[in-house]
Design a binder for this molecule. Structure first.
Ligand SMILES: [Fe+2]
Ligand SMILES: [Fe+2]
Length: 159
């Protein structure tokens, strides 16, 4: 039986979005040219990455920054979030039909896969030692609320 929402830890909650990010980016790099499929997958990936990063920054990394041990992983993770943001922006500015589009999408997919791997196999383990057990559950709730809120928001309307 799946765990009740209330019992999820922040790490389990984060992994649910990671699976979507992997699936969307893998499908995206199978597309070619200006097609509905490419447009839809790009929109899905972009929204997913954005909502996840906002909520993860606020409810995992910012709380971790309060400790010296958490500061290094936070800086590392935030710089990768920034790198993904820049690639997303580049893709947004490039025509879907442009022959260079796929190369940028492949780079993004690589960065996404690398980042998720590092979070799941290194950062989360280190964070698990820093955060208290009740904090891990409390942050999961806050993350879920924030993530859902941003998933339904148009990124461009925020600026
Ligand atoms: Fe993540
Ligand atoms: Fe992340």
């Amino acid at each position: 039986m799946p765990k009740r929402e209330k019992e999820l830890t922040i790490f389990e909650a984060l992994r649910e979005s990671h699976e979507k990010q992997r699936a969307f980016s893998e499908k995206l790099i199978q597309t070619s040219g200006d097609t509905t499929e490419r447009r839809e997958l790009f929109e899905l990936l972009k929204n997913e990455l954005f909502a996840h990063a906002v909520a993860e920054d606020r409810f995992l990394y910012i709380p971790l920054m309060m400790s010296d041990a958490g500061l290094n992983i936070t800086r590392h993770a935030l710089s990768e979030h920034h790198e993904m943001d820049e690639l997303l922006e580049k893709l947004t500015e490039t025509e879907f039909s442009n022959s260079g589009w796929l190369a940028i999408a492949k780079k993004l997919s690589e960065v996404v896969h690398h980042h998720l791997q590092e979070e799941e196999h290194s950062f989360f383990q280190q964070a698990g030692k820093i955060l208290a057990d009740d904090q891990k559950k409390e942050l999961a709730q806050k993350y879920q609320t924030e993530y859902t809120k941003y998933l339904n928001k148009d990124k461009d309307s925020l600026t």
